[in-house]
Design a protein around this ligand. Structure first.
Ligand code: HC0
Length: 589
């Protein structure tokens, strides 16, 4: 440890810690903008400047390591004035039309301007506001350069967390800006629509494309039957937007709120998550049968999960030759959409033409996915509008609903019932765990012992995790699997997907099955979840997901009575004709 004083208070800090770390430890708040816990240090905004005795220049607290005997002032007059000037400078070239900004009320720059009471303009705008580009071509993300403060959090996010590098720094000095390849629209470059840049942007420069008005219009139209589905991870994130503690589980309140907003049916994506397990599990077993029993060399293994649309876009761009490794299953969101306008419409005797299908997702890429040309198998657009967790929170606030006081209500029926296996889809490793719970019983005919329901090797936040499951004494139908060690890998964050895919590409991979989720932590850390995000926040949401699973009466997808019913009444059998048409697809890049 080393010894420093902060504002006269003596402190012992671990070697290697920055002044910002030390100040946090001492309970002193230093404002930051370019700094983010998920990212490497940039030290470019200078808002975190502090005075270090003996040094003439102010130091950036986020980028300066503590040294023995350092004396630091975090709130001297000089520091406060400098910070104020820095904020004024940032504002002098920022489109500060805050009341018209989507991030109004949730903008780090606005918060600092408010804290420092920037009421005069010492730095005149010397040149008129430049002609900035607002890129609105993507169905998922809007990039508005007039709001950009060039902190480069988005650039670091795209490079470090996702390894995609769709955004970069272009030009120099006054001309410097955040741009895509040749300044093309985000929709025309390698952007996966994951929205992690949106989650990490401190201002309104990167936001989701919102469909709030469209959904209000549909709800107000008496001729429309508006059905909403909610993704697994929304229920452990929404509470944060409503002023509750991080990690609050708000499933029942969320259902209540959706009913009060006026949706005609409040249903659950977790239902089709369970359905995915049946379809995808059957597909995996079929591939294994072809490869191991029939020795068919053309079978693509490992099979990869296909529910994360950011991951699909990534593989289309970066590993197009491996597209056939993807499971042919659509994501639960899209399975749901296709079923709402067929199975549900028929059972409820509603003309699918009059159904508006809305989904609430922790994800911005889901907006892109719903917009894909492949997603019209019901004969209509399967999912009409996708809202993020944040957009739902806005609607709840607009409707004047006091969320914390809501009673818990239950999902409506037909496609509203789910198991714990469906819930854990929202955490990295969850799809794998859910699949293994069902595959084990399918193959062995024996029940997974209760104490083994939590498959811990696939849980956690390690970037890539592996598990091997030895199959013993399977049913005769699966006897080719006897003694086989099923090798699985789980990756989250596209930078980790790259590691697994490079193994597959080099031929060194032994895996049979891989799960990839584009976002850090899986969907619970999705680009549509409440801002801010950090490793600690994602950890708490993850605990909430597993607690939700543990509290469910049914925890294996194949035990869901509504799943049994849909095969009986409508689908016939897994991978059958109807499934093939409605629930599966092929991505061709
Ligand atoms: Fe997910 Fe999904 S688990 S991708 O993260 O598979 O977004 O939450 O809805 O579709 O179910 C997101 C979350 C989903 C889908 C499910 C999957």
């Amino acid at each position: 440890t080393i010894h420093v004083t902060i504002n006269g208070i003596a402190l012992e800090v671990e070697k290697g810690k920055t002044i910002l770390d030390a100040a946090n430890q001492a309970g002193m708040i230093i404002p930051t903008l370019c700094f983010h816990k998920d990212l490497c240090i940039a030290g470019n905004c200078r808002v975190c400047v502090v005075e270090v005795s003996g040094q003439k220049r102010l130091a950036a607290a986020c980028a300066t390591p503590c040294e023995e005997e350092m004396e630091i002032q975090t709130n001297s007059l000089k520091v406060r004035n400098s910070r104020k000037h820095i904020i004024e400078l940032l504002l002098s070239e920022h489109n500060a039309d805050c009341t018209k900004c989507y991030k109004n009320g949730n903008c780090e720059l606005q918060e600092l301007a408010s804290e420092y009471k920037i009421m005069t303009q010492d730095f005149l705008r010397l040149a008129p506001m430049k002609n900035y580009t607002i890129d609105q071509f993507s169905p998922s993300i809007i990039k508005d350069d007039s709001k950009c403060i060039r902190c480069q959090r988005c650039v670091r996010t795209c490079a470090e967390l996702q390894g995609v590098n769709a955004l970069t720094v272009a030009y120099k000095g006054d001309e410097m800006k955040i741009a895509s390849f040749f300044e093309k629209a985000m929709n025309d470059v390698v952007c996966t629509n994951c929205g992690q840049c949106v989650n990490h942007c401190p201002t309104g420069a990167l936001v989701e494309r919102n469909y709030i008005e469209e959904v209000w219009d549909a709800i107000s139209d008496p001729d429309k039957h508006v059905v909403v589905q909610t993704a697994p991870a929304v229920r452990v994130g929404l509470g944060e937007e409503m002023g509750m503690e991080v990690g609050s589980r708000v499933t029942g309140k969320m259902v209540s709120a959706l009913k009060r907003l006026g949706f005609n049916a409040v249903l659950d994506t977790d239902f089709t998550a369970d359905l995915t397990i049946i379809e995808e599990g059957t597909e995996l077993l079929n591939r294994l049968k072809k490869a191991l029993k029939e020795k068919d060399n053309s079978v693509k293994l490992p099979m990869a999960t296909s529910c994360s649309p950011g991951w699909i876009k990534y593989i289309e761009h970066m590993y197009p030759e491996f597209l056939e490794h993807l499971s042919t299953c659509k994501s639960p969101q899209q399975m749901f959409g296709a079923l709402v306008k067929t199975y549900y419409a028929k059972a409820r005797k509603i003309d699918p033409e009059n159904i508006v299908s809305v989904s609430i997702m922790p994800c911005t890429a889901k907006k892109f996915e719903a917009n894909r040309p492949e997603m019209h198998d019901s004969g209509y657009r399967d999912v009409d509008y996708v809202l993020t967790t944040r957009e739902l929170a806005i609607m709840i606030k607009q409707a004047g609903i006091d969320f914390k006081k809501l009673p818990d209500e239950k999902f409506d029926r037909l496609m509203g019932e789910s198991t714990g296996a469906g819930v854990i889809f929202g955490a990295t490793g969850g799809v794998m765990e859910a699949a293994l719970r069902t595959a084990y019983e399918l193959v062995t005919g024996r029940e997974v012992p209760f104490e083994n329901l939590n498959i811990t090797p696939v849980r956690g936040m390690e970037g890539v995790r592996q598990a091997t499951i030895k199959i013993e004494n399977p049913l005769t139908q699966w006897d080719f699997l006897d003694g086989v060690e099923l090798k699985c890998a789980v990756a989250h964050g596209l930078v980790n997907a790259q590691k697994v895919m490079d193994e597959v590409k080099s031929g060194t991979s032994q895996y049979h099955f891989i799960e990839v989720m584009a976002c850090p932590g899986g969907c619970l850390g999705g680009g549509g979840q409440p801002i801010p995000t950090s490793p600690e926040i994602r950890e708490k949401r993850m605990e909430a997901i597993y607690a939700e699973d543990a509290g469910m009466p049914l925890r294996k997808s194949h035990e869901n009575p509504e799943i049994l019913k849909i095969y009986q009444d409508f689908l016939g059998e897994p991978l059958g004709l109807k499934s093939h048409h409605l629930l599966h697809t092929k991505y061709i890049g």
